[in-house]
Design a protein around this ligand. Structure first.
Ligand code: PML
Length: 242
C-alpha cells in the first residue's frame, strides 16, 4: 500500500492561519483531505500538497511525558531554564533563547513561521533566514487515531498530539534540546524536550493574551546542515508504545 504525505496550509489576508500534515495509506486519503479541509476556521487561501512517501524511517517514541504547573510565567520560565541546563545547554544560552521567544524571535518583529536554530556553545543563530526559520515537516504518528485517543483520554490536548510527534522527530534528527511555547494567545502551556528530560509540559510559559511564541532548537554548529536537512526532508513515522 502506498503511503502519502498530505500537507495543508491556510492563510487569511496574507497571514498564515493554519497548517497540518498527515502521512497516511492511500486508502485513507479522502477522509484525511476532508479532515484537513475542515481544520481552519476561516481562510481566503488554502493549499493542499499530496506527495508519495517513497522511503521513511520508523522510530519509537522515546520521550516520556511529564507536566508541571506554576503560579506565574516567571517561575515557569525559571523551571524551563533549569531543564535546558540539565539537558546540557549553558545557562546564558538557555536564557537568551527564553528572552528571544518572549520578545518575538523575528528580527522584523513578532513571531517566526519556523524555529530558531541556536548553537549551544555560542548562542549564535544558525538558521539561514531569521524571519522564516526552520520548519519540521514530513512526520506523523504511525497510528494517529489511536495515539490521539490515548493522549486525549489521559487529559492531554490536540496540541500535545502534534507537538510530541514533532519533538520526537526533532530529537531523532539530532536536536539536543527544544524550547517551545505557542503563539496562540489562549494557549499558555509550552514544553522543553530533550533526550535526558523527555517531553516536559510547562504551564504557564506566558500570560494569557500574549501573541508571542515559537520554537528554539539547540543544534551544534558543525552538525547544523545535516540536522536541518533531516528536519525538512526526511520522512519519519513515530510509533507509540502498545
Ligand atoms: C502541550 O500542551 O503539550 C504543549 C504544546 C505546545 C504547542 C505549541 C503550538 O502548537 O504552537
Amino acid at each position: 500500500m502506498r503511503l502519502l504525505s498530505v500537507r495543508m496550509h491556510a492563510g487569511k489576508d496574507g497571514k498564515h492561519v493554519s497548517g497540518a500534515e498527515r502521512i497516511v495509506p492511500e486508502s485513507e486519503l479522502e477522509e484525511t483531505v476532508l479532515s484537513l479541509l475542515r481544520r481552519p476556521e476561516e481562510y481566503d487561501e488554502l493549499s493542499l500538497k499530496i506527495e508519495e512517501v517513497k522511503s521513511y524511517e520508523l522510530i519509537k517514541l522515546r520521550l516520556p511525558i511529564r507536566s508541571f504547573s506554576f503560579k506565574s510565567p516567571k517561575e515557569a520560565r525559571e523551571f524551563a531554564l533549569s531543564l535546558l541546563v540539565r539537558s546540557g545547554i549553558p545557562k546564558e544560552v538557555a536564557n537568551k533563547a527564553i528572552s528571544l521567544l518572549a520578545k518575538g524571535a523575528n528580527p522584523k518583529g513578532g513571531n517566526m513561521r519556523g524555529a530558531v536554530i541556536m548553537d549551544p556553545k555560542t548562542g549564535r543563530r544558525l538558521e539561514r533566514d531569521t524571519s522564516r526559520g526552520v520548519r519540521t515537516v514530513r512526520f506523523d504518528w504511525k497510528d494517529r487515531k489511536r495515539v490521539r485517543e490515548i493522549l486525549l483520554s489521559s487529559g492531554y490536548t490536540e496540541r500535545t498530539v502534534d507537538a510530541l510527534a514533532l519533538a520526537s522527530k526533532n530529537i531523532h534528527c539530532g536536536v539536543l534540546a527544544e524550547l517551545c511555547w505557542s503563539d496562540d494567545p489562549n494557549y499558555v502551556t509550552g514544553y522543553v524536550a530533550s533526550p535526558s528530560e523527555g517531553y516536559v509540559r510547562i504551564t504557564p510559559l506566558k500570560e494569557k493574551g500574549d501573541p508571542l511564541g515559537g520554537r528554539v532548537y539547540f543544534v551544534d554548529e558543525d552538525k547544523a546542515d545535516k540536522v536541518i536537512e533531516c528536519l525538512e526532508k526526511r520522512f519519519v513515522l513515530i510509533e507509540f508504545p502498545k
